[in-house]
Design a protein around this ligand. Structure first.
Ligand SMILES: Cc1ncc(COP(=O)(O)O)c(C=O)c1O
Length: 386
């Protein structure tokens, strides 16, 4: 399966345009911290980091890190947590392991590309579950369980979802999410749930439960990258009540990262201990940037039908201009240095996705500057024409 993986469109787009970027208006990860800032937040001296050793460590993750992660779940102890190098490695081995014997998988669309490219390169058959109804101005994001039920087969092994969703910022109501977990459990289907944007919902009441708590067949994937703003520590995890599955995944991890770096485990443990403070700050940033963006796009209502995220740090609003979204996004980065992601990055092999959308990100302190630059650009005053 590894040899068959296609290019990762999002990373390829970033690589292509990074050199032109001055402002990111699309980052999915929250504002980051320096090592010193994180230590200060946790009340730890810099010397504490100097004492962390650089030897090999337990493949499953350090006991203190696994306990801190487990404390975020109700039904999972430290033994139900397996750490990985980011969410990416966790997704990689979870989907590869669950689908290596073939069968059938259902994956939500649009998606973070790993979610479909990995199943598609496995021996399984894959069906895409569109997360929307209608088109154009009438499009609404939704998780339709009747539609899912029609797709399920006796050999369905995995349903893979991601809420809060990248790129749409959509999340279903809690009752629907619980029904989804129950539907999968009744049928013996693993529910693989990418929960990396959980925890910074503008209204905390919208925060969904984690599937590892909802069902013995729930597999929760999470990471320090997004809601904590710490992608550089490269610590992610898979949590599940199914410890036999985790043991198999640990065996797979021996072929890739083997173990996490000690300094990363130490820093991730500190951040988890101060999750409330970190998430509060990120939630505030997202809320104020969303408000600013809503006001800004109201000035350009003939060009953009703005949508705010219901959860997480990104949304996928509609572009109305006659030049088309691909041109709009390309010219914004090329001429004004403002990076956004066009709909083409989220095209799926499983279902035709809306092509008039672009991804915005709200978790960074630079968003107001990005908005100022985009305003000048749209008013014809950007750096090339100045
Ligand atoms: C939905 C989703 N899952 C997983 C990942 C991968 O996370 P990481 O870079 O921390 O491995 C991303 C990163 O953008 C993502 O958006």
């Amino acid at each position: 399966m590894i040899a068959d993986l296609p290019d990762f469109e999002l990373e390829a787009y970033f690589s292509r345009w990074q050199g032109s970027m001055t402002h990111s208006f699309t980052a999915s990860e929250a504002e980051t911290m320096t090592v010193g800032e994180l230590l200060a937040l946790a009340g730890e001296p810099l010397e504490a980091l100097a004492e962390v050793d650089l030897g090999y460590r337990s493949s499953a993750g350090s006991p203190s890190l696994r306990s801190e992660i487990a404390a975020t779940y109700g039904q999972v102890g430290a033994g139900g947590v397996l750490t990985f190098a980011g969410a990416q490695e966790g997704l990689f081995w979870t989907l590869a392991e669950l689908l290596r014997g073939g069968g059938h998988a259902v994956v939500t669309v649009p998606n973070y590309q790993s979610m479909e490219s990995l199943p598609l390169s496995s021996p399984a058959e894959v069906t895409g579950l569109p997360l929307w109804r209608g088109s154009g101005a009438d499009l609404r994001w939704e998780l339709d369980l009747d539609r899912l039920e029609d797709m399920l087969r006796p050999d369905t092994r995995v349903v893979a979802v991601n809420f809060p969703n990248n790129p749409t910022g959509y999340l279903p109501g809690e009752a629907t999410f619980r029904t989804l977990a129950a539907m999968c459990e009744e049928r013996g289907i693993y529910l693989v749930s990418d929960e990396v944007y959980r925890g910074v919902e503008i209204d905390p009441a919208d925060t969904l439960p984690q599937v590892a708590d909802l069902s013995p067949l729930g597999v929760s994937i999470n990471v320090m990258s997004k809601s904590f703003g710490l992608p550089g520590v490269r610590v992610g995890w898979v949590a599940s009540q199914d410890t036999a599955l985790l043991a198999r995944l640990e065996g797979r991890k021996h072929y890739t990262s083997i173990c996490n770096p000690g300094p990363s485990e130490y820093l991730a443990t500190l951040a988890l201990r101060h999750a409330d403070q970190i998430h509060e700050r990120v939630r505030g940033l997202i809320a104020s940037n969303v408000e600013l963006a809503a006001d800004f796009f109201a000035e350009f209502g003939d060009l953009v039908a703005f949508e705010s995220p219901r959860g997480g740090s990104v949304s996928f609003p509609r572009y109305l201009g006659t030049d088309g979204v691909e041109t709009f996004v390309r010219r914004s980065v090329e001429e004004a240095g403002v990076m956004m992601l066009p709909a083409s990055v989220y095209q799926s092999r499983l279902a035709p996705t809306p092509l008039d959308r672009f991804r915005l990100g709200f978790g960074r302190v630079g968003v107001p500057a990005a908005i100022r630059a985009l305003r000048s650009h749209l008013n014809g005053e950007d750096r090339l024409s100045a």
